[in-house]
Design a binder for this molecule. Structure first.
Ligand SMILES: NC(=O)c1ccc[n+]([C@@H]2O[C@H](COP(=O)([O-])OP(=O)(O)OC[C@H]3O[C@@H](n4cnc5c(N)ncnc54)[C@H](O)[C@@H]3O)[C@@H](O)[C@H]2O)c1
Length: 257
């Protein structure tokens, strides 16, 4: 399949943990399209794996960035500014909730678990846009990853549903704020994909079965389909799209039963 040409564009992909990460699927597609990429991972433990993944792509930059530390985010953008000067896109593929907050009664969620999930999974988009927008001197595109639990109840998804609802609201408010600068902010609401994060969701495999049964396309989606949509949102083919949540879920979101 022909890819879009992103030669000359520069961006950051946040949140590569391993070869199953949605961030990695997106990074690969962007690299193959000719874009220059800085890739971030959360902590030291992940570094060797991420370095190995990026080995074939000689000039990709690799940075540690834990979004729960504001200074870490600032330092990352400072380094990227020094290396790239300007930016064209940012991909935010970061979410976290404590294990105990992804099961049981939603009302039992503790204050601290609520804070952590919302801070890492939703708040983190704000400082990222704040730092990225001034570097997007020719306009730009910010893409984050959401899930249908932002809109509907998925038993077991619990606090992450609340975090995704906050994230989707942030997408709209940020899109408004930076729109005049020709910076766009959108979310991809992806169907279930096997990753480190999704394995932590109780009943994840059942969810995949339900998508096969009930989605209009009677199947699950692929990492590649999400990555291709991210590529489109980073490209000049999507310059009129902002503040939106694009469902890449084989149509599951339109179904009532
Ligand atoms: N897998 C799915 O089924 C699915 C569906 C819809 C949306 N999503 C979303 O896609 C995004 C990527 O998740 P994934 O499924 O690829 O799993 P993943 O585990 O590969 O990625 C999650 C990433 O978040 C990072 N992260 C967590 N806390 C962090 C912190 N404090 N600072 C920096 N990074 C941190 C992890 O290190 C990891 O790289 C998430 O927002 C997730 O909610 C996933």
């Amino acid at each position: 399949m022909e890819s879009l040409d992103l030669k000359g564009k520069k961006g950051i992909v946040f949140g590569v943990a391993n070869d199953r990460s949605i961030a990695w699927a997106i990074a690969q597609v962007l690299l193959q399209s000719g874009a220059k990429l800085a890739v971030t991972y959360q902590n030291d433990r992940l570094r060797p794996r991420v370095e190995k993944l990026l080995e074939p792509y000689g000039d990709a930059l690799i940075f540690e960035c834990d979004v729960s530390d504001d200074a870490n985010v600032e330092t990352l953008f400072k380094s990227v500014r020094e290396q790239y000067g300007s930016l064209d896109f940012v991909i935010h593929c970061i979410a976290f909730a404590q294990k105990e907050d992804l099961q049981g009664e939603y009302s039992a969620t503790q204050r601290e678990g609520f804070r952590i999930a919302l801070e890492v999974s939703a708040y983190s988009l704000l400082p990222i846009v704040k730092n990225a927008a001034p570097l997007m001197t020719n306009g730009g595109s910010v893409v984050t990853l959401s899930f249908l639990a932002a809109e509907r109840v998925f038993p077991g998804y619990n606090i992450m549903g609340t975090a995704k609802a906050a994230l989707e609201n942030a997408v709209k408010q940020l899109a408004y704020e930076v729109g005049e600068k020709n910076v766009r902010v959108n979310a991809i609401s992806a169907g279930p994909l096997d990753t480190l994060a999704s394995r932590g969701i109780k009943g994840f495999l059942d969810m995949k079965g339900i998508y096969v049964e009930r989605s209009p396309m009677r199947r699950n989606i692929t990492h590649q389909e999400v990555a291709n949509t991210a590529l489109f949102l980073c490209s000049d083919l999507s310059t009129g799209i902002t503040g939106t949540v694009l469902h890449v879920d084989a149509g599951y979101h339109i179904m009532a039963v």
